[in-house]
Design a protein around this ligand. Structure first.
Ligand code: NAP
Length: 259
């Protein structure tokens, strides 16, 4: 009797879990010109979302836009420097004018300086904090009034394994990602009574241009693929149910577990 009840329940849950259509939804993905952000944008577009691709390099964005359009999706390329308040306001205005709504925001744009703290200048420190931390703050602040208009909407902040563990030569980068997690925790509390879900995704090494600078010692085939992260983002923005996943930490298969 009990087993029968479970069997009846499972298919329904499974069908919810695999329902991945984002048709009619609109997303902003920062840092969408290459690396992890590019793959997240392609993945959301493939699931039916209209995507605003945001970063500084217009040429990279337009190339991703073409990739999406060739497959029948819809995307716009919006140049932005996420560390600049006016630039972020303009980017959000452009996305809203194009799509008329906003359901998903992925704060993925990020930079790092990978060197000893003793060799880090004030300008480098401030730049990393301004992009990784202030940038995500500005994008959240400017998009929340629009996300609020949907019954359920999502902010996904891409942090890093460095938000939880110390890595030599990554002091500014690690500080900025700890700060991003701190901001996300406070924001999740502030938005608790709304339909906006705040998630943090913290990957270890992923095969992109950034990791080539940060960890030249790790072979490419020992790294995660951008798609590994994009799959998690897609899962977070398509799953149904009554549970909230605050943060997901994901490591490359060869890294030590539970650190
Ligand atoms: P990436 O290949 O260097 O791409 C970074 C993206 O961010 C680019 O599109 C870049 O475009 C954009 N960006 C940088 N500064 C910006 C700014 N001021 N305003 C707007 N866009 C800006 O890096 P990635 O490895 O894909 O990293 C993506 C995110 O994942 C970052 O937040 C990173 O910290 C995080 N992460 C990466 C790894 C990894 O191993 N790769 C691991 C954990 C977490 P423009 O230069 O054209 O602006």
């Amino acid at each position: 009797m009990r087993l029968a009840a479970v069997a009846q329940y499972l298919p329904e849950r499974m069908s919810h879990m695999h329902e991945q259509s984002l048709a009619g939804k609109a997303a902003i993905v920062t840092g969408a010109g290459r690396g992890i952000g590019r793959t997240i944008a392609l993945t959301l577009a493939e699931a039916g979302a209209q995507v605003a691709l945001a970063a500084r390099s217009g040429e990279e964005l337009r190339s991703v836009q073409s990739e999406i359009e060739v497959k029948g999706g819809r995307a716009i390329a919006v140049t932005v420097d996420v560390s600049e308040e006016a630039s972020v306001k303009e980017m959000v205005g452009t996305a809203l004018a194009a799509f008329g709504r906003l359901d998903i925001v992925v704060n993925n744009a990020g930079v790092g300086v990978f060197q000893p703290l003793l060799e880090t200048s004030v300008a480098e420190w401030d730049w990393v904090m301004a992009v990784n931390c202030r940038g995500s703050f500005l994008v959240c602040r400017e998009t929340i009034p629009h996300l609020r208009l949907q019954p359920t909407s999502y902010i996904i902040n891409i942090a890093s394994a460095v938000a939880y563990r110390g890595y030599a030569n990554q002091a500014a980068y690690g500080a900025s990602k700890h700060a991003l997690v701190g901001m996300s925790k406070a924001l999740a509390q502030e938005l608790r009574e709304t339909g906006i879900r705040v998630h943090v995704v913290s990957p270890g090494g992923v095969d992109t241009e950034m990791i080539a600078q940060a960890r030249p010692d790790i072979e490419a085939d020992a790294l995660m693929h951008p798609q590994d992260v994009a799959d998690i983002v897609l899962f977070l923005v398509t799953r149904q149910g009554n549970a909230v996943i605050d943060q997901i930490r994901v490591r490359r298969a060869k890294a030590k577990p539970w650190d």
